[in-house]
Design a protein around this ligand. Structure first.
Ligand code: GTP
Ligand code: MG
Length: 370
């Protein structure tokens, strides 16, 4: 019953997606990153890579933390979720702003992104793309790694006047480990000292072969400042998304991931949640990480109250009992007793993780959407 995409499995094993595909090919299974494999095959693969295995128990599956178990006929197309990554000051926020046509940079303290933000933009053809902004500081490496996990596509921003920098390389490695396709945005081409071709050559050294160098990674020269070629970048995302054929079941209890959270003086604990499957509705009982709650209200990325949010939609949720952590799984359950049970279970898992240096196991691979 449980199936997992090769990309997801690679992600959870912290192995390169391409390596898993290669191993599967050797096992006589020619599959692509986005195709699903069954649990037995997953186990075999995990053994192959020398990780420990522990099979997920039925009760874990029941409490809805074991992954994607939707029947094919329930699946409907969903918008892509894009994470923008790159070195500090290479223009991630500026690019996201330019795309949204809003100006968040001006409002940020010192122009440095303080948290992961999530927004959805609508293209002229009415299709939507969800964007996650990520902080550029090294201390946020882990969060950025998590950012890749909820992501379908990564836009790697490289400033054409600065070239590849440590965090650019880090982002490349995270993206490869997650098996997520990448689009390179070569930014700041308005600058006289911009050297886009040098960026392409540097990328080559890290095995990112862009189209202009004969590879299959789309690269687009942009200027976030002068809003140059943004349409081409969005087109590239659109094209990549079409190849991925992204789908989710909207008609089930919502599941997603906490993107950011905070304690608001007036409104209490708040969490921005990216819905990944199902539809979240006002009144739904949920577990966020090891805390539980009931959706009191939902606010979309434009500050508007909404009654429900479907797959790929980021939404701010009010009604939490405590502040969850970024990257925590968010799961709707049938009733409050169940919520307490799941919260307690997750607290137990957290406690265990704290006391043992947990090996990668199928349990935590299937038990988390993060
Ligand atoms: P962190 O969040 O701190 O990692 O930075 P960031 O990657 O989000 O960069 P940000 O968008 O804050 O931009 C950094 C600086 O580069 C700002 O001063 C921007 O005005 C400038 N900048 C961004 N894009 C461009 C561009 O296309 N051209 C030029 N000339 N400057 C740009
Ligand atoms: Mg920023």
């Amino acid at each position: 019953p449980e199936a997992i995409t090769v990309a997801d499995l690679a992600n959870r094993m912290a192995e390169r997606g391409a390596d898993l595909v290669k191993a599967l090919f050797k096992m006589g299974m020619p599959v692509t990153l986005t195709q699903t494999i069954d649990q037995d095959t997953a186990e075999l693969l995990v053994t192959e890579f020398g990780h420990n295995i522990k099979r997920v128990s039925e009760s874990d599956i029941e409490i809805g933390i074991s992954g994607d178990d939707d029947a094919p006929e329930t699946m409907q197309p969903r918008s892509p979720v894009v994470t923008i990554m790159g070195h500090v000051d290479h223009g991630k926020t500026s690019l996201l702003d330019a795309i949204r046509g809003a100006d968040v940079v001006a409002g940020e303290a010192g122009g440095i992104t303080q948290h992961i933000g999530a927004y959805q933009v609508t293209l002229p053809d009415k299709s939507k793309i969800s964007f996650l902004d990520t902080p550029g500081h090294e201390a946020f490496t882990e969060m950025r790694a998590r950012g890749a996990n909820v992501t379908d596509i990564v836009i790697l921003v490289v400033a054409a006047d600065d070239g590849l920098k440590p965090q650019t390389i880090e982002a490349i490695n995270h993206t490869k480990a997650a098996g997520v396709p990448m689009i390179v945005a070569i930014n700041k081409i308005d600058k006289p000292e911009a050297k886009p071709q040098k960026v392409r050559e540097e990328l080559l050294q890290h095995e990112v072969i862009v189209e202009q160098m004969g590879g299959d990674v789309q690269d687009v020269e942009v200027s976030a400042m002068q809003k140059t070629n943004l349409d081409k970048l969005l087109e590239a995302v659109h094209l990549q998304a079409e190849i991925l054929e992204l789908k989710a079941n909207p008609d089930r209890n919502a599941e997603g991931t906490v993107i950011e959270s905070k304690l608001d003086k007036g409104r209490g604990p708040l969490a921005t949640v990216l819905i990944q499957r199902g539809t979240l509705k006002v009144g739904d009982v949920f577990v966020a990480g090891a805390s539980s709650g009931k959706v009191r209200a939902m606010i979309d990325d434009k500050g508007k109250q909404v009654k429900e949010a479907g797959p790929s939609v980021p939404v701010e949720v009010l009604g939490l009992s405590a502040v969850p952590s970024a990257g925590d799984p968010f799961t709707v359950v049938d009733n409050e007793a169940r919520a307490r049970e799941v919260a307690a279970y997750r607290q137990g898992v957290l406690d265990k993780q704290r006391t043992t240096a947990a090996p990668v196991s199928l349990e935590n691979m299937f038990a988390s959407h993060a």
